[in-house]
Structures are given as C-alpha cells and as structure tokens.
Design a protein around this ligand. Structure first.
Ligand SMILES: *[C@@H]1O[C@H](CO)[C@@H](O)[C@H](O)[C@H]1NC(C)=O
Ligand SMILES: *[C@@H]1O[C@H](CO)[C@@H](O)[C@H](O)[C@H]1NC(C)=O
Ligand SMILES: *[C@@H]1O[C@H](CO)[C@@H](O)[C@H](O)[C@H]1NC(C)=O
Length: 973
C-alpha cells in the first residue's frame, strides 16, 4: 500500500519533470530566438543609452564604488553588469545583491530597456519607493529581485505590465498599501513573494476588480508567499483556481471569514499555511481531498465545529491545529493512519478522552504536542517509535503514566494530576520542564587564533574568509533540528555550490515562536576569487535557485563577510551563471523532488548512526582535549557571533564581574537575549576541564536552573552563554532600597520554593547527582516572570560514587558554609541544604549572613530560645508586613532544621521543597497574597488564616509522614 503510494509519487514527479524539461527547452529556444532577432538591430545608440542609464541610476547611490567608469560597461570593470554575449552592446543583467547600496532606486532604471534580470536584493540602505517606471521594463523576464531592502510606499500598479517576468521577490521591505489588482497581469510568474511587508487590504481577485483582473489570473504561480503582512478579509474562492500552486503561505495576517471549500481545487499543494489569522467557521471537509498536502497549518484561528477528517492526507508530515475553538472530541483515530506524520500539534483544542497508545508508534513521529486539553486516563509508552523526541502534554487531566526502559524522549506532564500524585514520584523534569528543542552542534576545540578578517572553521580548525548567512525556514515539517538535519543542510549546500565537505558549517539554530527555524550558516569559499563566489552564493540563494526540499521554503539574510563595494574584483561572469541557474533550478528542483524519497530513507538510516557518535570532530587539531563532549542541547557559537552580540564586549554591555572574568549581556543574531560569561586570566581552564564544565552544565535542564545555551572555545577564549535573567539576583531584591517593589510574602515563598526545586533536581534527579557547593542569595536569579533560577555551578561537584566526598580544599562562601563540612571536609548534598537554610533566613530577615560581626543563624536561634516567636519577629524584615504568623513559624522551623549542626538531621532538598509547596498552597487556598490587598494588617488577617490552616483543621488532603507534611493530592494550578 505504502509502496504503491510512493511509486505513484515518483511517477508524478517524473511526469512533471518531463513537462519542466520541455519548458526549459522552450525557454532556451526563446532566449536563442530573441538573441537572433535583436542582434541585427544592435546599434551604437542603444549601447550609449544603456551607458547613460547606468550612470544616471548610479547617482541615486552614494558612497559605493562600483567601478562604473569609462564608457564600456561590457568590459571587465563594471561591477554587476552583464551584457548580451553575442554583440556585447546591450546590458541585459544588473546584479548587485548585498553590495551595500545606499540611497534610492531612480526612475531612470527603466532606461535600461534590455534588462532581463534586475537583482538589488539585500541592500538594506536602499530606501524610498519602487519607481512606477519599473513597469516599462517589459524585457524583464528572468527576475525582479528587490527582497531584503528598505523600499517603502505602495507597490506600483504598473508592475503588472511585466508580462514575461518569471520571478518576483519584493519580500522583506516596508511596502504599504494594498496589493494592486493589476498584478494579475504577471502572466508568467512562478515565484510570487510579497511576504514580510506592511501590506494591507484584501486579496485582490478579478471578480472584484473593475478591469476584471486580479491575482487569480497569475495561473503560472507555483509559489504564493504573502505571509507576515496586515492583509484582511476572506480568501476569495478564485485564489483556489490557481492550478500550479505548491506553496500557499498566508500565515500571520488578519485574514478572516470561512476557509473556502474550493481550496481542494489546489490539487498540487504541498504546504498550506493559514495559521495566525482570524479564520472562523468549520474547516471545509474538502481539505481532505488535497492528497498531495505535506504540511497543514491552521493554528491560532477561530475555527469551530468538529475536527476536520484528514484521513486521506497520506502524505501529511506536519499537522498543526492548535488554539482554535473546536467542539470537544477525542483524539481522532484517523491520525493513526497518517504514517508519514513527523509533527502533530493540537494544543488548546478541547481534546477529551485518552490518547490511543499506538499514536506514539507512528513510524516517523518526532514531536507530539497536546498541551492544555482535557486528555485523561492512563498513558502507556510501551510502543514508541525510535524517532520520537518530544511529547508535550502539559495541563491535561492525566492520572496515570507507565514508562518503559527504552523510552528516551523528552516528556512534559506539568499541570496533570499525575504530577501531584505522591505514588508516582515523577521527576520534576517530567513535571515542570518544557524543553522546546534540542539539537547537537559539532563543537570543536581548536587551539588557534584567527586574524580579524578571517573566521575559524570549527570543522577544520583553520582560519578562512567566511560568509555568515541567516536562514529562515518558514515551514519546516520537522520539530527536531538534530545533527542529521544539520549535516543534511550542510551537505546539500556544499553540493549545490560545488564546495567540498566542511566548507559549510551550521553555527547555531533555534525555532521561533511561530514555528519557523532560524539558523546561522557559515560558508567558507576556497580558492581564488572568493568575492565572486560570495556574490554568486548570495544571488543564487536569494533567487531561490537552491532547493532544500526537506526544509521547505526559506528566506536568507547575509549577515557578514559580504564583498566590499570598494574592491573592484571582477564580478563579471556572475550574470550568465544566474541566468543559466534559473533554468537549471527548474530541473534541479524536480530532480531533488524525486530524490526526496531516497533522501528521507537515507536520512532515517543516518539518524541512528549520528546519535551514536555525534561529536566525532571534537578535539580535531588539539591533543589534550580527549574524547568528544557529551552535550545535551548546548550550542557552539563562533567567536565572531558573540563579539557581535556584545558590541565587541563593550563596557555598556557588561552586567557583572567576578574572579572568573566578566559577564556581558548579548543579543544573538536570532534576537535572543543572553548572558555571556567570559573567562579571564587565571580562570581560563585546560581543554579537558572546560569540556567537563560544559558537559556538566549542558546536562542540567530545569525550570529553576539557569540554562546553558551554548559555549565558545576558540581564539584563546572560553565563554559560556546562558539564559539572560532580566531581574537580577534575589540578593539585589532582598536588599533593595526601592520601597515600591512588591517583595511580599507570597513572592518570597515562590522564590524559596523555586530555588529548592532547582537544587533538589541537582541532588536527586541529575544523573549523576550534582552538589552545588556555593548556594547563596547572589547565586539565585530571577527571570522576566520572576521565576527563581539557581545559577553558577562553578564549584559544583559530580557525585558519581557513594554519597560523601573528602575534598582537600573546602570551598564555598563565608556565612553560608556548612560547619560539619568545614570541620570534617566531608562533602554531601546536605551541605547545600545548610547553605539554603541561610538563604531562607536571608529572605525573611533581609540581613546579610554575617553582618557587623553577627551571624544570622545564631541571632535567630538566640531570639527564639529567649522569647519565642514574638522575639523573633523583631528580626524580620520590616518591609515584609503581611504574612500568616503560623506559616512564618513553620517557615522559620524549616530553615532551622536545614541549619542543624549534624548533616543527617537536616531534611533533603526534596523534603524542603514539599514543605515550601504546602506553605505556598496555604497562601493560595486562603486567597492571601501577602500583599496589602485587603488593606488589613498582619494581625487582622491572622485569625482567618489560622482557621483555614489545613494541617490544623484536619484537612484530609494532607497526611503526616515522617515528620513532614506530605500532600496526597494537590490540585494542579
Ligand atoms: C546603512 O546606513 C547606516 C546609517 O546611515 C550605516 O551605519 C550602515 O553601515 C549602512 N549599512 C550598509 C550595509 O551600508
Ligand atoms: C482573469 O481571470 C478571470 C477568471 O478566470 C477571467 O474572467 C478574466 O477574463 C481574466 N482577466 C484577464 C485580463 O485575463
Ligand atoms: C485506517 O486504515 C484502515 C486500513 O486501510 C481502514 O480500514 C480504516 O478505516 C482507516 N481508519 C480511519 C479512521 O480512516
């Protein structure tokens, strides 16, 4: 059955390839005839008018030396200019992609009447309107590529006169206004891209047009990209009559109304993105007839009715239906028949009932997300496909889960009853973390420093000139950008540009919130004429001459390593390449489409191997680095990227400093804000130590631990890249003089609980367990949502054998140090518990551990011994005005148990977390926030609190167990 389908697919591909070959022949013949015909009329005057036109338009561009001097543009020195080869008297192509053009595109561009290709892409300082006269350039047929500039104003309606144009890319500008009806005149366009502009209004179709012309007349269109604009109104059914569409990308607009049933007329469609719009009504059942569909994105609309039946979409690899308003239903069983599925995302979709266990056994499944539904019952992971990496089931009603030994995927179950059910002992990884993506870069320790103009190639450990390009894949079908896919991207790009292995390196990558994948790719051209190669690469990428079938439609932005406009290296020869490539690309695309099947098969085979030895290249060129590091989700960053991110490590980016060096705030190319810790002088480590550290750090992933994002080890630098914690350390909050800050009881409890959970993860769930050794208020940070995260495992110690360690040197910070450890040098996890006890006291007293020679632990004990809780209140932070006395008493008792002299009498970190959780539950259950919300003083609210104190009132939801209150059923929040 499956084989039949695939064979059919191959046959279809062959058929269309024959059609396309015929088309190519036609194209070549046409070009040939055109040349024949025009060569007879070649005259000196045409030639002069082209020279004049070039000189005129260059006046619109300041400060770029294009070498346009003299009167022979067809000679070697006119950058970007290509002439008709036979006569050398007509300028036929102008290709100035990413050369730093500055200024405007002057209307005199249209005087280049012989131009067939105009490529001014990626010149971000090219501003102003697109001149109306562009509509006169009726010979433009290969390409009009203005993407990635800063053109503003409306799209000139005259553009519709370009009846021969094949490729139109105006994406990534600042164009405003509506899409002109007249664009329906683009009768030859196969690539139509207006995405990422500020376009508004409705989709113009012929039936609404006074001249009976609209987008539905572009019947040659294969790619229709209008995403990320402000388009509104419905999808007119006429759009569905475009017979050749394979990609219809309308996501991220304000489109509304019903999805027309006629959508099924798009019988060749591979990718349909309608997500992030305001579509309403039911999903038309006819969608099930688009059997070619590989990706269907309908998330974030107002669709209602029952879930669509998609049982016939056997090619579907990705299905996203999240956040609509479907009627409550069970997970549809037809999903089990879609055996090509890689990604299923149905969050917030009112799903009820249990998940069929065989779902997880779909052969190519990678990611399943059913967050925030009403899924209940028991989860059984006995049959799980080996490709599965991510299962997100947060906020459902799952009461029972059974794992098996071979389960290696990430799963998130936070907010399910099973997480608060004491019988299951689910780790906090399962119950709190929601890891999005994990992919394994190829880190290399290269002991080499590169000159400024070159970049380290981490795969060869050599310095070379590099081009850095940001790829944005708009609709990847997969959810796991793993090493196999990284390699596949690298290999495909190398093959396309005729580069050898290791000349293309993927630096870092991540998924955006709207499920696009952004990746930084370094390309190291070799040999002579590097500049020409770079222009060629950018031009081909921007003209979409590179087909990356497994990655779907993409957009590129060159970031650095661009040819400098002042160097007059010859760029002649680029034009013909581009011209040929347009034709070749058609064939190439078809051939690659045929190759998809083979490629996918191979990829699946490769995957197993890649997982078994993901870091074969670690340590190339260095002797002391040992075996490859075993990293989980940490990325390698090129030095140049971090340098750029921190504004060349400028002082204004510095956010901290210590013995180890400095910490900088940085903004990565992807927009992600990070904290970069740059080691200096004595804190630089050997390769092995550094490797050990990043291995340790990359292994811990928890909501309450500051996450390691990546590292850099090159040019004599050792840097660690962490999540950026915008709200600083809790020490700063405790001692803040800012009285406006609402640092109330509830917040302090949340911070204590968060840090306790983080530490208990290190002690009890990290494998092998980790002792932090430097727990203190300056090492607990708050993120933008005030979630507490434990940081700085600089002194951490792995606990791989037994429990206790005898260390030769006691480490830690004065005031927090466990006296037993200090005296016996026996290090256990209970040393962290002691330090945490000090932090607990700090949180409510706002006193330093040792202040004016007084030790906070002794002060609290003495006060309690002398005058009980009343005496203790004098020590509490005066700005903490509202708290339930009874809870505060429990809290202080808990802190003092952490501070027991004898380690064995202290509770474990997990037990501490449970007690704090109960205190916090009291706050929630009484509606008591600790802030002055009710305008009452602490004493006034005390009675209410006491009455509702669950342990006193014999509340059945708690039972007494071994000295600690243990919840048997806390309702998920
Ligand atoms: C664009 O202009 C800005 C300011 O005028 C300048 O700083 C920047 O370097 C220019 N960029 C390019 C690519 O020429
Ligand atoms: C555009 O398409 C519509 C619908 O097929 C047709 O009626 C109309 O004549 C076309 N317009 C032009 C100018 O070809
Ligand atoms: C799934 O496929 C089987 C066999 O082809 C068929 O009998 C069954 O009806 C299908 N189920 C659904 C829900 O389409």
């Amino acid at each position: 059955m499956m084989r039949q389908v695939r064979e059919q697919r191959a046959v279809t591909c062959w058929r269309s390839s024959i059609v396309n070959l015929a088309f190519l022949k036609l194209l070549i013949v046409t070009v040939f005839l055109f040349k024949e015909k025009t060569s007879f009329q070649a005259s000196a005057s045409t030639f002069e008018s082209d020279v004049t036109a070039l000189n005129m338009i260059s006046r619109g561009w300041q400060a770029v030396n294009l070498g346009w001097s003299g009167n022979d543009p067809c000679g070697s020195s006119w950058r970007g200019v290509t002439c008709d080869k036979r006569t050398s008297t007509k300028v036929t192509q102008l290709s100035l992609s990413a050369v730093g053009l500055n200024g405007r595109l002057l209307p005199s561009i249209s005087n280049l009447v012989n131009l067939q290709l105009l490529d001014l892409s990626f010149n971000p300082n090219l501003t102003g309107p697109i001149p109306e006269t562009i509509g006169n350039m009726i010979n433009l047929k290969l390409s009009l590529n203005l993407q990635g500039c800063s053109f503003s104003g409306p799209i000139p309606p005259s553009l519709g006169n370009l009846t021969n144009l094949g490729f139109l890319a105006l994406n990534g500008n600042k164009l405003t206004g509506g899409i002109p009806y007249s664009l329906g005149g683009l009768r030859a366009v196969y690539w139509f891209d207006l995405s990422e502009n500020l376009l508004s209004g409705s989709l113009p179709v012929s039936s609404a047009s006074p001249n009976n012309i609209g987008l539905d007349n572009i019947t040659t269109a294969v790619h229709f990209h209008l995403y990320s604009n402000n388009l509104s109104g419905p999808i007119p059914k006429e759009i569905c009559s475009l017979p050749n569409l394979i990609h219809l990308l309308l996501d991220d607009n304000q489109l509304s109304g019903f999805i027309p049933a006629e959508i099924s007329n798009l019988s060749k469609l591979l990718i349909l993105r309608l997500d992030n719009n305001n579509f309403e009504g039911g999903v038309p059942s006819s969608i099930n007839e688009i059997s070619s569909l590989t990706e269907l994105h309908l998330s974030n609309n107002n669709l209602n009715g029952s879930l669509p039946d998609l049982s016939s979409l056997h090619q579907l690899m990705l299905l996203r239906l999240s956040a609509n308003m479907f009627t409550p239903e069970a997970v549809p069983t037809w999903i089990l028949n879609l055996t090509d599925l890689q990604t299923i995302e149905m969050d917030h979709d009112n799903l009820i009932g249990a998940i069929p266990p065989s779902l997880f056994n779909l052969p190519y499944l990678e990611a399943v997300s059913f967050q925030s539904n009403r899924i209940n019952g028991s989860l059984q992971f006995n049959q799980v496909t080996s490709s599965l990496t991510e299962v997100s089931l947060e906020n459902n009603s799952i009461t029972d889960v059974v794992f098996f030994n071979n389960n290696v995927f990430n799963i998130s179950l936070g907010g399910n009853p099973v997480c608060s059910d004491n019988r299951y002992h689910l780790s906090s990884v399962v119950c709190f973390a929601s890891g999005q993506q994990s992919w394994f870069p190829q880190p290399t320790l290269c002991e080499i420093t590169c000159a400024d103009s070159t970049t380290l190639n981490p795969q060869t450990c050599a310095c070379a000139f590099a081009l850095l390009i940001l790829f944005q894949f708009n609709a990847p079908s997969f959810s796991d950008f793993n090493l196999t896919r990284v390699n596949s991207l690298e290999t495909q790009l190398e093959a396309h540009f005729g580069l050898s292995s290791k000349q293309v390196v993927v630096g870092s990558a991540n998924f955006t919130d709207d499920h696009k994948l952004v990746a930084n790719v370094l390309i190291f051209p070799a040999g002579s004429n590097v500049q020409t190669q770079v222009s060629n690469i950018i031009s081909q990428l921007s003209l979409q001459n590179v087909s990356l079938p497994d990655f779907g439609p993409f957009l590129v932005t060159p970031l650095s390593g661009l040819p400098t406009a002042t160097k007059n290296s010859s760029s002649l020869g680029l034009g013909p390449i581009v011209g040929i490539c347009i034709g070749v690309a058609v064939v190439f695309f078809v051939l690659l489409a045929i190759g998809i099947y083979a490629f996918r098969q191979k990829r699946r085979a490769d995957k197993a191997e890649a997982i078994s030895k993901p870091f074969a290249s670690w340590g190339a060129g260095s002797k002391d680095s040992g075996s490859a590091p075993n990293l989980k989700g940490a990325r390698w960053f090129p030095y140049t990227e971090l340098k750029k991110a921190t504004n060349n490590f400028s002082d204004s980016n510095q956010i901290g400093a210590g013995g180890y060096g400095k910490v900088y705030k940085g903004i990565l190319l992807t927009g992600e804000v990070v904290a970069i810790k740059r080691a200096e002088g004595g804190s630089l480590q050997g390769a092995t130590e550094f490797k050990n550290e990043i291995e340790l750090l990359s292994r811990v992933h928890h909501r309450n631990l500051v996450g390691l994002i990546g590292f850099c080890y090159e040019q004599g630098e050792q840097m660690l890249v962490y999540e950026y914690m915008s709200n600083g350390t809790i020490r700063e909050h405790i001692f803040s003089k800012d009285s406006s800050e609402d640092f109330h009881w509830r917040r302090r409890l949340e911070i204590a609980l968060g840090s306790a959970k983080g530490l208990s993860y290190l002690h009890e769930l990290a494998n092998p367990p980790i002792i932090h050794r430097d727990v203190k208020s300056a090492n607990i940070l708050l993120d933008d949502k005030l979630v507490a995260k434990v940081a700085d495992f600089g002194l951490s110690k792995l606990v791989d054998d037994g429990k206790a360690h005898v260390s030769t040197q006691v480490k830690g910070t004065m005031g927090y140090l466990d006296p037993e450890y200090y005296m016996t040098q026996q290090l256990t996890d209970k040393s962290d518990v002691y330090s945490f006890g000090v932090v607990l006291l700090e949180l409510v007293t706002a006193r330093q551990p040792i202040e004016k020679g007084k030790y906070i632990v002794r002060e609290v004990r003495t006060a309690l011994d002398k005058g009980g809780f009343q005496a203790l209140r004098a020590l509490l932070d005066p700005s903490l005005r509202f708290y339930p006395n009874r809870d505060m008493e429990s809290y202080i008792n808990l802190a003092l148990r952490c501070l027991e002299e004898t380690a064995s009498k202290r509770p474990s970190m997990g037990e501490v977390a449970i007690e704090l959780e109960i205190l916090l539950a009291n706050v929630s259950s009484t509606g008591f926030t600790g802030s002055n919300a009710h305008g009452r003083t602490n004493d006034q609210v005390e009675d209410t609190i006491n009455l509702k104190n669950s342990s006193e009132a014999g509340d059945p939801s708690f039972h007494y167990s071994g000295g600690f209150l243990v919840p048997t059923a806390i309702e998920p929040k």
